[in-house]
Structure formats: structure tokens, C-alpha cells
Design a protein around this ligand. Structure first.
Ligand SMILES: NC(=O)C1=CN([C@@H]2O[C@H](COP(=O)(O)OP(=O)(O)OC[C@H]3O[C@@H](n4cnc5c(N)ncnc54)[C@H](OP(=O)(O)O)[C@@H]3O)[C@@H](O)[C@H]2O)C=CC1
Ligand SMILES: CC(=O)N[C@@H](CCC(=O)OP(=O)(O)O)C(=O)O
Length: 309
């Protein structure tokens, strides 16, 4: 079986990553438009309506416009932007979020690819809320650092052109980052987490951390219970894997250049505190890898085709 796929925004950071993963696959026929017409609405509309699947790698407004340009009831969509991640009629494209999420994605016409930071946050927190270990009204925070490719072409130019002039820059200091709604909704929390992102002077990779006092969890919850919940949520052999933490070091490079995500749990019985940490690639499981995974699931293809494990 061959499916036709159009990447709208193929010349951008995420679009190029996805194009690389799909190139050379015999089960995918890529639809391309001339470089000179890649922002031309008529050319895009033709490709959007010809394709079995489209992957939107566009700014939010352009992603909404692309969806409006689809005039048939056949073309299926994976949107990598933030535009539809808590929108009704859209399925959240995080296959490992819940036991039946993969099946929901398989049957969906409109799938929103998760944000890169929410991918790490939700992997750590969603199983704890679902299993009743973390109360839904818990007040949590999430600290995270991303490589600068997370900011797309503009941020890459800033760092590689020498204008950034920093090794590490906290941002979103207004406490209103665009990822907080999807973190809240899909974790099943009633309060948004305090989100403290930063960008580091490295191209790709992320560290996403949720620190918790055991007192924030339901009484009697132990680090072993948290580990058991995470182990049950992420069976071996998938893209999301639970580290055994024999060698307790974590770095932003750990999963860079791959489509996997690694979860860590560190704890100290004396302080009754835990640090839950996810490492991933903002362009891998945080964007392009997840989009290809969703496409594979929706089209009924080999679920790991084109992915870097
Ligand atoms: N970078 C990352 O790590 C992640 C990005 N995303 C999301 O993916 C989307 C793309 O981001 P990213 O690749 O980083 O951004 P880039 O800025 O690198 O790429 C966006 C691309 O879209 C093109 N574009 C803009 N407007 C239009 C339009 N109207 N029609 C056609 N093409 C258009 C741009 O053209 P031009 O080249 O001329 O500027 C550019 O090539 C965003 O919504 C982003 O939030 C999601 C997860 C992670
Ligand atoms: C370092 C950096 O600037 N990161 C981006 C998010 C990266 C991203 O890809 O956001 P989406 O997944 O929602 O598209 C930011 O914080 O806005």
C-alpha cells in the first residue's frame, strides 16, 4: 500500500525533519510543490486536496488556513502547530498518552501533534493522575530546557548568527506560555503548572523536569509506586522508555538525534522528594518523530517506519 503525503511548510525546520524521515519510503509518495509557489494558497490548496495525508509544519495561523483550504471529506491531517491541541474535533496525537490513545489516533481524521515540552511533561504526569497517585488539583511546576531549533528558523538564525550571545536563557517569564493549556488538559489537572522553559545554546534536544514533594501525592505514595505506574504505562520496546537509573546522569544530548524519549525517576527518602525527568529531541519525539509516528498509525503502516530508535 502506498499513501500520498503533502508536507505544508516543508522548507521549515520541522518540515525538513519530517521530509527526511519520509524520503525513500516505498509506502509513501510525497507530493511536492515548486519552491517558488510554496506559500501560494492555490498551489497549496491543490496539494492539500490531492493528498491522502497532510502534515502541517506551519505557524498557527497558516495551519488554520491550511485546514480551511481542505474542501474534501477524505484528506486526513496531522498538525504540528499549536493551533488545534485543545480544539474540539481534534485527537491529541500522543500515542502513549493513554492505553486507547493509539486506537483513537488510528481512527481520527484530524490529529494534533503534541508540543515538544508537553510531550515530556505529559509522559511523566499523566500516568500519575490517571492512576490516582497525583490529585487532579495538585499544584505542580515544570522546568525545561530546549535546544534552540525549538524556536524554528528565526531562533536558529539568532543563535547561529551570533545575536543570541547566551549559553542559557530562561523565557516565558510572563507565565503564559502557549503550551500550558495542553499540559493542563491532557494531564487531567485542574490548575496549570508553573512552566519554566529555557533555551540552551545547543541545536537540538530537551530536558523536561517535574519536581515533586511526596507530600503533594496521595498519602502513602512511594517512589516505587511512581516507578510502577510509569513502568506499566510504557511497556518495553516503544518510543517512550523508563530508565532504570543505574547511572544517574542526565543530559540534554541523551535522546538528541532520535525519536525516542527516556524517563527518569530520582528520589531521596530523607527529603521525601522526587525528580521526574524526561529527555527527548524537540525535533524528534517532540515534533517530526511524533508526526511520522501518527502518520504511520493513521495509515495503518509499520508503526516504527522512518523513526530513529
Ligand atoms: N521547531 C520545533 O522544535 C517544533 C516546532 N513545532 C511547530 O511546528 C510548526 C513549524 O515550526 P518550525 O518548523 O519550527 O518553524 P519554521 O519557522 O522553521 O518553519 C515554518 C515554515 O512555514 C513556512 N510558512 C510560513 N507561513 C506559510 C504559509 N502561509 N504557507 C506556507 N508556508 C508557510 C515558513 O516559510 P519561510 O521559510 O519562508 O519562513 C517556514 O518554512 C510551528 O507551528 C511550531 O510551533 C512543533 C514542535 C517542535
Ligand atoms: C525554544 C523554543 O522557543 N521553543 C518553542 C516551543 C517549541 C515548539 O515547537 O512549540 P510547539 O511544539 O508548540 O510548536 C517555544 O517555547 O515557543
Amino acid at each position: 500500500m502506498t499513501v500520498s503525503v503533502f508536507i505544508d511548510g516543508a522548507a521549515g525546520t520541522t518540515g525538513l525533519e519530517i521530509g527526511e524521515r519520509l524520503a525513500g519510503r516505498s509506502d509513501i509518495a510525497l507530493i511536492r510543490i515548486d519552491e517558488a509557489r510554496r506559500k501560494d494558497a492555490a498551489a497549496r490548496a491543490e496539494a492539500l486536496n490531492d493528498a491522502d495525508f497532510v502534515i502541517l509544519c506551519l505557524p498557527d495561523d497558516a495551519a488554520r488556513e491550511a485546514v480551511a483550504l481542505i474542501r474534501n471529506d477524505r484528506t486526513r491531517v496531522v498538525d504540528a502547530s499549536t493551533a488545534h491541541r485543545v480544539a474540539s474535533g481534534w485527537t491529541y496525537g500522543f500515542a502513549e498518552l493513554d492505553p486507547d490513545q493509539r486506537e483513537r489516533i488510528a481512527g481520527a481524521r484530524f490529529v494534533s501533534n503534541p508540543g515538544c515540552y508537553p510531550t515530556g511533561f505529559l509522559a511523566l504526569v499523566r500516568p500519575l493522575v490517571r492512576d490516582g497517585l497525583l490529585p487532579a488539583d495538585a499544584l505542580v511546576s515544570v522546568n525545561a530546557t530546549s535546544g534552540y531549533s525549538g524556536g524554528g528558523k528565526a531562533m536558529i538564525a539568532e543563535f547561529e548568527g551570533g545575536a543570541a550571545n547566551t549559553a542559557f536563557r530562561p523565557y516565558a517569564l510572563s507565565l503564559a506560555h502557549k503550551h500550558v493549556p495542553e499540559m493542563t488538559v491532557h494531564a487531567g489537572l485542574t490548575h496549570g503548572p508553573i512552566f519554566q522553559p529555557a533555551v540552551a545554546n545547543t541545536y537540538r534536544g530537551m530536558v523536561v523536569e517535574v519536581p515533586l514533594h511526596l507530600a503533594q501525592l496521595v498519602a502513602g505514595t512511594t517512589p516505587d509506586a511512581i516507578r510502577a505506574a510509569l513502568a506499566a504505562a510504557y511497556p518495553a520496546g516503544g518510543l517512550v522508555r523508563l530508565s532504570q537509573d543505574g547511572a544517574p546522569t542526565v543530559s540534554i544530548e541523551d535522546d538528541a538525534g532520535t525519536d525516542r524519549m527516556t524517563l527518569h525517576l530520582f528520589s531521596n527518602p530523607d527529603t521525601a522528594q522526587v525528580r521526574l525527568i524526561a529527555t527527548l529531541d524537540n525535533l524528534g519525539k517532540g515534533a517530526g518523530g511524533a508526526a511520522v509516528q501518527n502518520l504511520n498509525i493513521m495509515a495503518g503502516l509499520d508503526p516504527l517506519a522512518g523513526l530513529v530508535l
